[in-house]
Design a binder for this molecule. Structure first.
Ligand code: ADP
Ligand code: MG
Length: 382
């Protein structure tokens, strides 16, 4: 649905986007992730035709944004980082303005009403934009992007500045939209992409350093082998028991102490999940298990490792606290190295080669028009 090939953007001597290539499949929700200043907004502004590229090509549904900007833009709804809201307009006036601007052909009143229901702004429809809370303003921005029911939706940091409850609401909304649309969502919040995206592309200093399915990343970071366990009982005996428990290949006391409870780091043999056995062994000896924490890698670890791997020499991540974390860091680096290596190869091999499935886009656009129930269906219900 979206194909970016060897895209470059220079601001004077500075290269903000440096030869990036990736594709977004129809119906996919892609998380475009990267630290501040990585080039996310620049890329999105080129994708949506707000900014011209220095070189490279962008195709939306087979339409080149440079050759045929009008038709390409018609396929896109865009929520920029700073949505252009006019404070003295009411929500109704603003959406009506967006409708006219996009030269939309759907039944106006009905279409706008449906959008307001989807993004939950019906109750503020007659209010002025300047009087709305940040969360509502953001939703109005999203509503504006949905006018005309474009098949591709691009959101630049949609949850920035929102409170935790609003963030969850916007995420749910994006998840809903993702069922019917192709979505690109930029963010520097990692949980966000893990929660809603099918695929994650990480950009750093203008280059793509990772491009992987979310489930593959989650699998890579999964770990049921190393745990910190907090056990109340005589330290020496507990440690001896842990070391002798079949399936555990390593156990060690960590410094942390809480009353008569100590924290131990244990590692099980490959392919063995010792948690249940450990629980029963402790119960038998009447040593209460106070806590258990898996020492898996988080997606943050992977992100930092991937970004670090591509950082210039001399930029070091902060030193890890304990020596066990050294083991983890090595593992993260290995996973990160795998992701980066694969991505670099993909970037090099990315071609300009055209069309293929994309050009068929116009033919099946009709399916997408159902996103907001058509006039006729509503009539039938009455
Ligand atoms: P992100 O959205 O990932 O935070 P941006 O795409 O906004 O990053 O910016 C990428 C880099 O390009 C940054 O270093 C930024 O300072 C620079 N930059 C962005 N816009 C301009 C501009 N109009 N002129 C010069 N430099 C710019
Ligand atoms: Mg930005």
């Amino acid at each position: 649905m979206i194909k970016i090939s060897h895209l470059v953007k220079n601001y004077g001597n500075f290269t903000a986007v440096d030869d990036i290539s990736f594709e977004v499949a129809k119906g996919e929700v892609l998380g475009f992730l990267g630290p501040n200043g990585a080039g996310k907004s620049t890329t999105m502004n080129m994708l949506t035709g707000y900014l011209s590229s220095t070189s490279g090509s962008i195709k939306i549904g087979g339409v080149d944004i440079l050759d045929d900007p009008l038709n390409a833009k018609r396929l896109i709804g865009y929520l920029p980082e700073q949505p252009p809201l006019y404070p003295d307009m009411t929500v109704e006036e603003y959406l009506s303005f967006a409708y006219d601007l996009k030269n939309c052909k759907l039944n106006k009143e009905k279409h706008l009403r449906e959008i307001c229901e989807v993004v939950k702004i019906t109750d503020v429809y007659k209010r002025m934009l300047k009087n709305l809370s940040k969360g509502y303003k953001q939703r109005v921005g999203i509503a504006q992007a949905l006018v005309g029911n474009p098949p591709v939706i691009i959101f630049d940091e949609p949850t920035i500045g929102l409170d935790p409850k609003q963030i969850i609401e916007i995420r749910n909304l994006i998840r809903t939209l993702g069922k019917e649309h192709t979505v690109i969502l930029s963010t520097h919040i990692l949980q966000e992409v893990q929660a809603v995206c099918d695929r994650i592309v990480i950009i750093n200093k203008g280059k793509i350093v990772a491009n992987e399915l979310t489930e593959n990343i989650s699998r890579a970071v999964e770990n049921t082998r190393r745990f910190n366990v907090k056990i109340s009982g005589p330290q020496r005996d507990v440690l001896a028991m842990l070391r002798n428990l079949p399936g555990i290949c390593y156990a060690e006391v960590l410094a942390a102490r809480d009353g008569d409870a100590y924290t131990y780091m244990i590692e099980s043999e490959v392919g063995i999940d010792v948690r249940k056995k450990l629980f029963w062994a402790l119960a038998e000896r009447k040593w209460p298990l106070i806590g258990m924490e898996a020492l898996g890698m988080s997606i943050e670890d992977i992100f930092i490792a991937v970004v670090d791997k591509t950082a210039p020499e001399g930029v070091q991540r902060p030193k890890k606290k304990s020596r066990y974390e050294g083991v983890r860091a090595a593992e993260e680096k290995e996973v990160a190295a795998g992701i980066v290596e694969k991505t670099v190869k993909d970037q090099e091999n990315a071609s300009y080669d055209e069309e293929s499935s994309d050009s068929a886009y116009y033919e099946d656009h009709s399916i997408k028009e159902d996103t907001f129930a058509s006039e006729d269906k509503t009539e039938e219900k009455k």
